[in-house]
Design a protein around this ligand. Structure first.
Ligand SMILES: CC(C)(COP(=O)(O)OP(=O)(O)OC[C@H]1O[C@@H](n2cnc3c(N)ncnc32)[C@H](O)[C@@H]1O)[C@@H](O)C(=O)NCCC(=O)NCCS
Ligand SMILES: Nc1ncnc2c1ncn2[C@@H]1O[C@H](COP(=O)(O)OP(=O)(O)OP(=O)(O)O)[C@@H](O)[C@H]1O
Length: 250
């Protein structure tokens, strides 16, 4: 497989690597990818490495799920963030060392709501949490990306892509956009989050404008969920040159 992209990495951060000043590639043919040999060009469909982001509750998981149904390989930072703190992991041990045993539930697993209450609303603690987990998440994500194969449409679901300035690590940045009012409404109504908690998490993230500023493609998910399908079909066509397969999610 083409490992050139990985070989030229510099800083490892959450679910992505920052590429020192490299121009981004475009799956529509814009020439920023490292040149391929003639043999590669005729025998391989190049991997497309998409960074998918959006504010909390914007609909990233819904979009990733639909792209996975089309055939994308999804690398999900939130899922990895759970794996690296499973019982017995160095990640969980590091969290206990930093935040104490009070962030553990009675069964020895991480008490996620408790840790959320501790870190969202306290910048220093959040920075310490990020410093512990992001390198672990980044390493695991790299391994999954490397295993995806040279022809994959790789979709990296990275909530903190804008916050960590990771846009150069991807061929295409897709931002799932919803207004702060819509985010809040979804978090409170569908996730059962207390309004203050939801606001604290939103305040710990980049602004809507910050995210839109790095978007190559904006998926508007402020409206009804049925509006997603035509946008994702157009995105799939742009990524692969092929129509999206029909799926039950559409
Ligand atoms: C604090 C934790 C334990 C709370 O767990 P909880 O199950 O309540 O939330 P979950 O992990 O499902 O995250 C939900 C959403 O919260 C937001 N969020 C999570 N971590 C962060 C963070 N460090 N900064 C800002 N927003 C965050 C994201 O939008 C994410 O999609 C958890 O969020 C965590 O471990 N965060 C640190 C790891 C991280 O940065 N993950 C984001 C992907 S890199
Ligand atoms: N267009 C929509 N209309 C109504 N509900 C929606 C829409 N899009 C997503 N939802 C719902 O809103 C909630 C948040 O969506 P989702 O989990 O996909 O967001 P997310 O960006 O992945 O959130 P997080 O950052 O917490 O991981 C879910 O319950 C989802 O089913």
């Amino acid at each position: 497989m083409d490992t050139t992209l990985y070989a030229r990495t510099t800083t490892l951060r959450c679910l992505g690597r920052a590429f020192g000043g490299e121009p981004r590639a475009g799956p529509g043919g814009e020439a920023a990818r490292p040149a391929r040999t003639a043999r590669q060009a005729t025998t391989l469909t190049p991997m497309v490495n998409v960074g998918l982001t959006g504010g909390i509750g914007s609909g990233k998981s819904e979009v990733s799920r639909r792209l996975a149904a089309y055939g994308a390989v999804v690398v999900d930072a939130d899922k990895i963030a759970r794996e690296v703190v499973e019982p017995g992991t160095p990640g969980l041990a590091a969290l206990v060392e930093e935040f104490g045993t009070e962030v553990l539930a009675a069964d020895g697993t991480l008490d996620r709501p408790k840790l959320g209450t501790v870190v969202f609303g306290d910048k220093d603690k959040l920075a310490r949490l990020n410093a512990i987990l992001h390198p672990l998440i980044g390493a695991r994500a790299d391994a999954l990306r490397a295993a995806a194969g040279p022809e994959a449409v790789l979709v990296n679901d990275v909530p903190l892509l804008a916050e960590n300035r990771l846009e150069k690590a991807y061929d295409l940045v897709v931002v799932v956009d919803a207004s702060p009012e819509t985010q809040l409404d979804r978090l409170v109504r569908f996730r059962g989050m207390a309004e203050a908690d939801a606001r604290a998490r939103m305040a710990a993230q980049a602004t809507r404008a910050d995210r839109l500023a790095i978007a190559d493609v904006v998926v508007d998910n402020d409206g009804p969920i049925d509006d997603l399908a035509p946008q994702l079909e157009a995105l799939w066509l742009r990524l692969t040159g092929k129509p999206a397969p029909e799926t039950p999610a559409d």
